[in-house]
Ligand binder design. Structure first.
Ligand SMILES: [Zn+2]
Length: 360
């Protein structure tokens, strides 16, 4: 028996996530990412046949390619993520935290600290395969669950070897708050924690805010989840924000990102906090928008800590450039554990058997 991992997309640059794991004679697709840039084709899915699809979270670069797959292929995701599937797409529930069996393979999931309903995925084969999806250890709202041990770790390296703590990001954004700002953000991710932070900053500075209805709806959903699915201590602030009315002419606006451009918001500066498309890079270069990261992915030292934590022998940094000097930097960080090729084949670990796992 052998195991194969084929990274169809997501290795070598910030690109859609699509990873096929072949184990026990079955083929599982981890994530089905769609194009990050409007209009780009999704090429990895052409002619692809798998036994099941497991989706980590509802961001476009992880779920947007589902429409390219055979609609009959069984698909697993958490109920909150399912609402982002193409209309009518059948799905089966993945636990927010727990173990289920998919195609005879034990699949454990846990909170990834990145988005509403988002999970990491652990396959109980070959000493463990851990796929972080998008993950963050610094969220003020979303918990991160410690994953089981894994010989192979496929980790979110979207930030490359960047390693700035979240507090430094927050401090840098604070310095812009004295002018009218619009923050376009993914509504199921950092939007929720930024909403709470902006509300507290607005109160401290006597500023007015408005929060997009879709972001409010997701905060309400988060508050209604079992308390163990959010960081402790935030409930009061969430409830207060939901009770707060939007200002008619706010100086700070948190909006769901719908590809807004600077021209759509006269009188405001757009402040982006995440990935910039090429057109937005051009806007930034022309001083038309502001940019300051709000951490929602693993920074380098956290990625290494996670690789250590699971005891990985092979670590694949995903969603980042592996051209030099990046490759050498990753080699320095990970040592011989670094694996930077799109395929990873291995014979079944002699001390590990599928039968050693039992469903939780
Ligand atoms: Zn994401």
């Amino acid at each position: 028996m052998s195991l194969a991992i084929d990274i169809l997309s997501g290795l070598g640059d910030k690109s859609p996530a699509a990873i096929v794991v072949t184990a026990n004679g079955r083929r599982l697709l981890l994530d089905a990412g769609g194009a990050l840039h409007p209009g780009d084709p999704t090429t990895w899915a052409r002619g692809l046949a798998v036994d099941a699809v497991i989706i980590s979270h509802d961001h476009i670069d992880h779920i947007g390619g589902v429409s390219e797959l055979d609609p009959e292929t069984p698909l697993y995701c958490t109920p909150l993520v399912a609402s982002a599937l193409p209309k009518g797409r059948a799905w089966q529930p993945l636990p927010e935290r727990g173990t289920c069996w998919i195609e005879g393979i034990p699949v454990t999931t846990g909170q990834a600290g990145h988005s509403l309903g988002g999970v990491w995925i652990h396959l109980g084969v070959e000493g463990g395969i851990f796929y972080s999806g998008d993950a963050c250890l610094e969220s003020r709202l979303f918990p991160f669950d410690v994953p089981p041990s894994a010989r192979i770790a496929l980790l979110d390296a979207s930030y490359g070897t960047y390693d700035q703590p979240q507090q430094a990001c927050v401090d840098a954004i604070s310095e812009h708050l004295n002018r009218p700002l619009v923050f376009p953000v993914p509504e199921s991710g950092r939007a929720l924690e930024m909403a709470l932070w902006l509300a507290s900053e607005a109160d401290a500075r006597g500023l007015s805010i408005a929060v997009d209805p879709s972001i409010r709806a997701n905060l309400k959903t988060l508050l209604e989840l079992p308390a163990t699915l959010r960081r402790p201590g935030a409930d009061e602030a969430i409830a207060a924000l939901l009770a707060r009315e939007d200002a008619a002419t706010p100086s700070l606006r948190l909006i769901s990102d719908r590809d807004d451009t600077a021209a759509q918001w006269p009188g405001y500066q757009l402040l982006h906090t995440g990935y910039l498309t090429p057109s937005r890079c051009a806007e930034l270069a022309a001083d038309k928008i502001l940019w300051q990261r709000w951490n929602v992915h693993l920074r380098a030292s956290h990625l290494v800590a996670l690789a250590d934590q699971v005891g990985a022998c092979q670590v694949v940094p995903l969603f980042t450039s592996l051209a030099e000097p990046g490759l050498s930097a990753w080699r320095a960080l990970l040592g011989p554990r670094l694996h930077a090729l799109p395929t990873l084949h291995t014979a079944l670990h002699p001390t590990f058997h599928l039968e050693a796992w039992s469903p939780a």
